[in-house]
Design a protein. Structure first.
Length: 422
């Protein structure tokens, strides 16, 4: 059946229905949706009923009754519940700063069933789901009153009118901040690490903080951002991580901070970065803070195989080390492929896997007879402490295996994270 003929027949059948039964504007708009795509279906429903009411007659009486909220399709539930729910939605939204919005709706199953029955029995081809009609109504009302732009892909806020449960639910999408962080002190974890003894509740072992380590990069950055955005929580996502006792120096490590349920969405990031760096008291510093898309998190993770890192290790050798041995060490490690099983120190939380990583360059500098500094450029994911010690043969070759002596990493710093995509 040609489209125009189908639409004409659908309208005729709806008007025939209106001779016998009341229909509210929302159900009318849902049934006649495709008659005019230039306007939202709920507005179309009002317009059709208003024209019929003005025309008078039996159909006009039913239309007038429908405009007042009577409906044989939804039982009057939709027009009865909407005013209060829309008011609650606008009240809830007033607590948040937002530029984009998307509405949604949940209806009782029997309302959907009633719509399906009418469409099927009358052969109406112009209908859409009633929840789509109400979603568009929410979009129109919020956009008109607040000036927000409707974004169906990634809105700042999603407002759900739940007519089944009689409530409004607002979903606040996170704000994402990107930058690079430097960790200037040792003994700081990257993420908040709950105390294993109390699970975060607080106990004597953790000093009643709930955390294994007093400070974390995540908290030193996130707490300041949480206050600025009036948020509920935060999560850090980074391009790898350094050990708790290692510093992150150089140009810093790329990261994304996910700010959870923010009431504010726009703050001066230059001021925020300054406040983070001031309050961190030279433990952590942030550079290049900017707004980001959530897809950057995936980019950081997917870029891990392409990432190279530059480390500075302070190495102590049992029995001492000579200049000739250091030259041999540089020659044998440069360009070497390292076979490394998961280090014994992290086996309790990591699978026992064999990793194959490459060392691209090594330079050394003597400190004293037993100690030297080693600069290593290597693939991301290579455990450098075990590259030094050999981890009882689980990492080969290693500094220890090349020198034929026990070697230990006394200090470790990450000097650069060379991430091509970040």
């Amino acid at each position: 059946m040609p489209r125009l003929a189908a639409e004409k027949r659908s309208l005729e059948r709806f008007l025939g229905l209106l001779l016998e039964r009341e229909v509210c504007p929302y159900c009318a708009g849902s049934l006649l949706s495709s008659l005019d795509r230039r306007v939202s279906s709920w507005i179309l429903g009002h317009a059709v009923l208003a024209l019929e009411a003005e025309a008078g007659g039996e159909r006009g009486k039913k239309a007038s009754s429908g405009l007042r909220g009577s409906c044989s399709v939804c039982g009057g539930e939709v027009p009865s519940a909407l005013p209060e729910l829309v008011s609650d939605l606008l009240q809830g939204l007033s607590e948040y700063e937002f530029e984009t919005f998307k509405g949604g709706a949940v209806l009782p199953p029997h309302v959907h069933e009633a719509h399906d029955e009418v469409r099927a029995s009358l052969g109406i081809w112009t209908a859409e789901s009633p929840k789509v009609t109400l979603s568009r109504m929410a979009d129109d009302v919020v956009s008109t009153i607040t000036g927000a732009r409707i974004d169906p892909v990634r809105p700042d806020l999603v407002g759900l009118l739940d007519l089944w449960r009689g409530e409004v639910r607002i979903t606040v999408n996170p704000v994402y901040l990107a930058g690079r962080y430097l960790k200037l002190a040792r003994g700081i974890s990257q993420a908040r690490w709950l105390c294993p003894s109390c699970g975060g509740r607080g106990c004597e072992e953790c000093g009643w903080t709930g955390y294994r380590y007093a400070d974390s990069v995540e908290a030193l950055i996130g707490e300041v951002a949480k206050r600025a955005f009036q948020a509920e929580d935060y999560h850090i996502h980074a391009a790898g991580r350094e050990d708790v006792d290692a510093r992150m120096l150089g140009t810093g490590r790329p990261f994304v901070l996910e700010v959870v349920r923010p009431r504010k969405r726009r703050v001066d990031l230059a001021e925020l970065q300054e406040e983070i760096n001031r309050s961190a008291e030279e433990k952590v510093a942030v550079v290049g803070l900017r707004y980001a898309e959530p897809s950057l998190i995936r980019t950081l993770k997917e870029g891990a195989p392409e990432t190279r890192k530059v480390y500075r290790a302070l190495v102590e050798v049992e029995g001492g080390v000579t200049d000739d041995e250091l030259k041999r060490l540089e020659a044998e490690l440069e360009g070497a492929t390292i076979d490394q099983r998961t280090p014994t120190r992290v086996l309790r939380r990591r699978s026992d896997l064999l990793r194959r990583k490459r060392v691209y360059g090594v330079t050394t500098r003597r400190i004293d007879d037993r100690t030297f500094e080693m600069i290593v450029e290597c693939d991301g994911g290579l455990y450098v402490k075990e590259l030094v010690s050999g981890d009882e043969g689980r990492t080969r070759p290693s500094v220890a295996s090349i020198l034929g002596k026990k070697a230990f990493c006394r200090e470790l710093d990450v000097m650069a994270v060379l991430t091509p995509r970040a």
